[in-house]
Design a binder for this molecule. Structure first.
Ligand code: ADP
Ligand code: MG
Length: 617
């Protein structure tokens, strides 16, 4: 080792803080250190394979990628070696002197917040390389970069204040990490113990892991997604998911595809219990892992699935994808478009099948992910049609479930031609809406549209399987030209009613653009409707949500002359202040039912006056 190459360098403050925590932790499951070192070795091998696509000048290009673990009871060392990409001197300073691991900063702030529960959080995620200091007094890292021109480097530290750098005589490519185990870490000198840890945490690492001088890899290594679905057990799918994401929850479902034509494709997709990634997950971004001919070419591919499915986790692997490093080239290839189609098609039918066969499970999926799918219907130019088939809503006849549009159609009554819906702020106000009275006698079902995103969905969804979607708030409006040109309404013509309409029109002159009589209401005294040809309720809601200005057209009040309140009102003196108050109250009740009342509390004053007047009588 030459003098000038020998350096003693302090760790960065954050790293020191982390090391202090780890060295002093009595964490029972500190075995996870091995998972972290194996995962780094595997990353180094993956990165080398990727580099080989473009780089010619590589040391030992023929060497089979592998990970080797050696235990030495006499020297009390555990050595883990890989022949991956290795590190140059500057890389080792950058990577092992400062905190590279994205999860570590989160870890530190979690520790600060929770103090006492430290042992619970170490194992939930990787603290990366430094976790080895839970079991080692000091660590030597020998690393040789991928190029024959690189000079091997030796990094050494006891995990306290500093580390030293010097030259290493390592001649072959890759990294050897030598842990000098501390006196509480005897268990990690036992071959059987190490074998068990590898099976538990690193079974699906795609490179062979050899232990001591064993000829057989300890890990199963076969990429699970390349296995036949017929011969893969649920437990294997679960284990893979857990090792892949470190999620504490089991996935809701998985989809395993092995396809030969029109493209050759393996895919294993998981639907997590929660859309947010675990804070400590090794997978920190959206997207699927994409392999081309067994080489990982993209860690987070977001182009393969519609955006609406961005919460899915998993792996896609194809022999037909061009081995190329440019995302643009990969993305524009015909194979990718075929894969995209296959994936989203199968995923949608998988979820449809679930809705049919496992409705409870589907309900959970919809509660968690429905809004993503609605967003896709509203905004995804390429996939909205496919996503429509998953749309589900609560309805009058199915208030506790999510009804799919196809089921709605299957349950339609004789003579029913339309899919009816109501927009509202919440289910309660919809269930009490006077508009429902219009279809009550026919027994039609009505979809509840209560999510903020529903009006956006409706702008796109004008019909489904040939049936128009219709807002019942605007069905059966009176005094609009009927299809047959006839007027259905006799009551409107009668003398008794007209004076009442005039009366109400006068009282509400500044509130509504007109007052009309309807025979379609049964229980309610009145309802509000939009004048034909005005901006639809959906559009109005969209504009409001986007905070855009639009011209508010006034509403029409339709009254039910058969209602006792209306009958009595028609007998009142036109100058009776009580009658005026009641008319205003009826109008504001309607506003409230539509979710349009700007200030419901303001009604109290009037209601109290009405009560006083009643007691005077
Ligand atoms: P992370 O793996 O999340 O980046 P780690 O603390 O585990 O964080 O590792 C820090 C960095 O050290 C890695 O990103 C990598 O660049 C480098 N590194 C660690 N182990 C190896 C290895 N065996 N071969 C090459 N580089 C490594
Ligand atoms: Mg790591």
């Amino acid at each position: 080792m030459t003098e000038e190459n020998h350096q003693n360098i302090p760790f960065k403050a954050e790293t020191r803080q982390l090391l202090q925590i780890l060295i002093h932790s009595l964490y029972a499951e500190r075995e996870v250190f091995l998972r972290e070192l194996i995962s780094n070795a595997s990353d180094a091998l993956t990165r080398l394979e990727f580099l080989m696509l473009t780089e010619k000048n590589i040391l030992e290009p023929e060497a089979e990628p592998n990970i080797r673990i050696k235990l030495d009871k006499e020297k009390r060392t555990l050595t883990i070696s890989d022949n991956g990409i290795g590190m140059s001197r500057t890389e080792i300073v950058d990577n092992l002197g400062t905190i590279a691991h994205s999860g570590v900063k989160q870890f530190l702030s979690a520790v600060q917040e929770s103090n006492s529960s430290l042992p619970d959080i170490i194992g939930q995620f990787g603290v990366g390389f430094y976790s080895a200091f839970m079991v080692a007094d000091h660590i030597d890292v020998h690393s040789h970069g991928f190029s024959p021109e690189h000079q091997a480097v030796l990094w050494q530290s006891d995990g306290n204040e500093t580390y030293t750098l010097g030259d290493s005589d390592k001649a072959n490519r890759g990294t050897d990490i030598i842990l000098h185990l501390n006196d509480t870490a005897d268990e990690f000198l036992e071959e059987q113990r190490i074998r068990t840890i590898i099976k538990k945490h690193s079974d699906f690492i795609p490179f062979p892991i050899f232990l001591n001088d064993g000829e057989e890899p300890v890990n199963r290594r076969t990429a699970l997604w390349r296995q036949s679905p017929m011969s893969t057990e649920d437990k294997e799918y679960e284990d893979f998911y857990r090792q892949y994401t470190l999620d504490f929850y089991e996935p809701i479902t998985h989809l395993h595809m092995v396809i030969d034509a029109p493209v050759q494709l393996y895919a294993l997709l998981y639907l997590p219990e929660h859309p947010e990634r675990q804070m400590f997950s090794p997978r920190q971004q959206e997207g699927l892992e994409l392999y081309a001919r067994k080489v990982l070419i993209q860690e987070y591919n977001v182009d393969l699935l519609p955006r609406a499915f961005r919460f899915l986790q998993g792996v896609v692997d194809s022999e037909d994808i061009p081995l190329n490093v440019s995302r643009e080239t990969i993305q524009s290839s015909r194979v990718m478009r075929q894969i995209q189609k296959l994936l989203s098609g199968r995923l949608v039918s998988h979820l449809q099948g679930m809705a049919e066969k496992e409705p409870e499970k589907f309900k959970k999926v919809w509660q968690t992910y429905g809004n993503f799918i609605k967003e896709g219907v509203a905004t995804d130019e390429d996939n909205h049609e496919q996503l429509q088939s998953l749309l589900s809503f609560r309805s009058l006849h199915h208030p506790d479930d999510f009804l799919q549009l196809s089921t709605y159609i299957a349950e339609m009554k004789e003579g029913q031609e339309k899919i009816y819906y109501l927009l509202g702020d919440d289910e309660h106000s919809i269930k009490n809406s006077p508009h429902l009275e219009l279809i009550e006698a026919d027994g039609f079902d009505v979809l509840f549209m209560t999510d903020d995103i529903d009006p956006f969905v409706l702008l796109r969804l004008k019909e489904f399987e040939g049936k128009p979607l219709v807002n019942i708030a605007n069905e059966g409006r009176e005094n609009q030209p009927d299809n047959d040109g006839e007027k259905k309404d006799e009551a409107r013509e009668t003398d008794q009613v007209n004076p009442l309409v005039d009366f109400i029109r006068d009282v509400l002159a500044d509130k509504v653009i007109d007052v009309k009589v309807t025979t379609r209401l049964t229980r309610s005294p009145a309802r509000l409707v939009d004048p034909e040809g005005s901006m639809t309720q959906e559009m109005q809601r969209v504009y409001e949500m986007l905070d855009r200005e639009y011209e508010r057209t006034g509403k029409i009040l339709e009254i039910n002359p058969g209602h006792p309140l209306m009958k009595k009102l028609s007998e009142q003196d036109r100058n009776d202040p009580l009658a005026h108050m009641i008319i205003r109250q009826v109008y504001e009740d309607c506003l409230l039912q539509e979710g349009l009342h700007p200030d419901p509390v303001s009604m109290i004053d009037r209601i109290q006056k009405i009560m006083e007047a009643l007691m005077d009588k």
